[in-house]
Design a binder for this molecule. Structure first.
Ligand SMILES: Nc1ncnc2c1ncn2[C@@H]1O[C@H](COP(=O)(O)OP(=O)(O)OP(=O)(O)O)[C@@H](O)[C@H]1O
Ligand SMILES: [Mg+2]
Length: 588
């Protein structure tokens, strides 16, 4: 039985090498002692600046590395320091509320030191080293533990942040010493020893390589519990489950980022991690400004207290995008290990895939479809596979739900990144240009999207309603050809019912305080009323009267969406709606 940690095994092999070729941010280097795939190295400029890089391929005596920074000035003969450690993140209290870049540098602090234009080769510690945390042990001397088991906790904002046996330790350990107190993340809070009597120090902080999933759980479970996002079209028709994975492809400007931010704000999860990958800097700045001012409706405190942002704007080096999605998912797995429900939102995975494509081109690999690497599918699959709901060893459950935005060029969902993503996700929320042009937001296409997950509302009812929508849409298409005169009254009413459902249920006003987020109980209530209305047989003498009836009904129902649930106005509007429908009901 081996009891050495993953990082410890490799650390012994730190060594140096020489650059033998520079092609943009791909370096070729010779090395003396063995190096490993995904090992971190620093390329050293003549002036001493060290640029962080990662080994991405080893062929014989040549290592190829991607540099996470601009490589201007690097040349053949410059030296490379291999660190012996895999690309890793720091895990410990102090992560929440932070804004990191893809390499887990805290961005605000970096900006403070470098000004607005970030300097190359500047890396900061992710977790504050001076801050002290009040540690309370939950085990006593002699307790037997293994990787991922909690030793105690510190309060981190609104959470009880568990301090766990380092995930890389194998086998069982017994607690030698542990004591309560105020500690920095690098202080030793406990000593544990393995079966051979060898001691290990446990600190509040541990590190973990980003490309290796954290698997210290008892078992993976099937996602079955609805995750309420408070967007009606999602929760009712295309639900997501805790531990599930979904994707939101959409053409340029169709509303991916707005929808993702609404989800980040309102989804019923403990922690939200946003990996902004290759987005425009302006958008990111907006998020950063907005979030701290937003109040978390569940806790009444700043939304930032449960949020962690990883951001790599389009102006930062492409290679760092790849790191940012892995950093994001590793941090998500870390909080899952504490029994929390985490939502990871990545925007946009297409820009991450572009980074893979660029690097693959430089490596002169045999290209797959549209010059993406042939292994694109497996890279995308292994990222989404890191989502999931798990039973931890102590019986608690924790989940990582992943939602990835995809921005296919020209909105063409046939392209490789969308297709590879569709193979692995459980729900597809396809945004449509047509709907966003008509300002039908969120622009999720109700006829193209799908979900394999269980929702909040009985699926027999939702598919019945979906059928009305789909048949109503058929009538609408038909009517474009034959005109209203050529359409029967029954068909015309079906069409109007579909439009009514669309306007008052599928669409949601992101700029109205109440309508922007529709809680689960309200969705169920409103859905049942709308269901009733759609099932009611109504009749009109003229198409014009039918149209103006539904127009008025739509307006009232929209107002109904904008008032507080079960308030006096809510009840009044509801009875107006039902009265109006009763007046046109057949055999009323
Ligand atoms: N739910 C919404 N309610 C109202 N307006 C919206 C909504 N979603 C999007 N919009 C409008 O559409 C614009 C573009 O949205 P957004 O930036 O989210 O698109 P995107 O798909 O992320 O674009 P890109 O491909 O450029 O990243 C917004 O600035 C806003 O005006
Ligand atoms: Mg966007």
């Amino acid at each position: 039985m081996t009891t050495r940690s993953l990082t410890e095994d490799i650390v012994l092999m730190a060594n140096t090498g020489k650059i033998i070729g520079v092609n943009s941010n791909l370096l070729r280097a010779s090395f003396e002692k063995p190096v490993v795939q995904n090992e971190v190295a620093f390329a050293v400029l003549e002036n001493g600046t060290r640029l962080k890089s990662e080994v991405i391929r080893i062929r014989g005596s040549v290592a190829e590395l991607q540099v996470f920074e601009d490589t201007t000035g690097l040349k053949e003969g410059d030296s490379i320091e291999f660190t012996g450690a895999l690309l890793s993140v720091e895990l410990g209290p102090g992560l929440l509320t932070q804004v990191f870049d893809g390499l887990q540098n805290p961005l605000p602090q970096l900006a403070e030191q470098c000004g607005f234009f970030l300097q190359r080769g500047k890396y900061l510690e992710a977790l504050p080293r001076d801050k002290k945390w009040a540690f309370t042990p939950s085990v006593t001397v002699g307790t037997q533990l293994s990787a991922g088991d909690a030793l105690g906790s510190v309060p981190e904002g609104i959470f009880k942040h568990l301090i766990m046996v380092p995930f890389g330790l194998q086998g069982t350990y017994s607690v030698e010493s542990i004591s309560a107190g105020n500690y920095t993340v690098t202080d030793t809070v406990a000593k544990i020893k393995d079966s051979n009597g060898k001691s290990y120090d446990v600190k509040l902080m541990q590190t973990w390589p980003v490309k290796i999933p954290i698997k210290c759980y008892a078992e993976r479970l099937r996602p079955t519990e609805p995750l309420i996002t408070k967007q009606r079209i999602v929760d009712t028709f295309f639900p997501v489950n805790r531990g599930g994975v979904f994707c939101v492809p959409g053409p340029f400007g169709a509303g991916k980022t707005v929808l993702q931010q609404l989800t980040a704000r309102h989804a019923e999860v403990d922690i939200v991690i946003i990996a902004a990958c290759g987005e425009r800097a302006g958008e990111v700045v907006e998020t950063l400004k907005e979030f701290p001012e937003q109040i978390d409706p569940r806790t009444g405190r700043s939304l930032m207290e449960r949020t962690l942002i990883i951001c790599n704007t389009s102006s930062m080096p492409v290679a760092a995008r790849e790191a940012s999605v892995y950093t994001g998912v590793t941090l998500a797995e870390y909080y899952r290990q504490m029994g929390l429900n985490v939502l990871l939102l990545a925007d946009s995975t297409s820009r991450w895939a572009q980074a893979l494509r660029e690097m693959s081109g430089r490596l002169e690999e045999i290209p797959g479809e549209e010059a993406f690497p042939a292994y694109l599918e497996s890279v995308i699959a292994s990222f989404y596979e890191r989502g999931g709901i798990v039973r931890l060893k102590n019986g608690a459950t924790g989940s990582v739900t992943i939602g990835g935005n995809v921005s296919p060029a020209g909105g063409n969902f046939e392209e490789p990144v969308t297709q590879a993503t569709l193979k692995v996700v459980g729900a597809f929320h396809g945004l449509s240009r047509e709907r966003s042009d008509q300002r039908r937001f969120p622009a999720i296409h109700p006829l193209d999207s799908w979900s394999k997950y269980r929702g909040l509302i009985d699926s027999a009812k939702t598919s019945e309603v979906h059928g009305i929508l789909s048949r109503g849409n058929d009538v609408g298409q038909m009517m474009k050809v034959v005109g209203e005169e050529g359409t029967s009254m029954d068909d015309f009413v079906l069409y109007l019912k579909g439009e009514f459902l669309d306007a008052v249920y599928l669409q949601q006003d992101a700029y109205n305080k109440i309508d922007e987020a529709c809680p689960g109980d309200r969705q169920e209530y409103v859905f049942n009323k709308i269901y009733q209305i759609l099932k009611t047989q109504v009749t009109f003498k003229e198409k014009d009267t039918a149209r103006s009836f539904f127009l008025k009904l739509t307006q009232t129902a929209k107002d109904w969406n904008r008032v507080e649930f079960k308030s006096k106005e809510f009840q009044e509007l509801e009875s107006n709606i039902l009265k109006a429908v009763a007046e046109v009901t057949v055999n009323a």
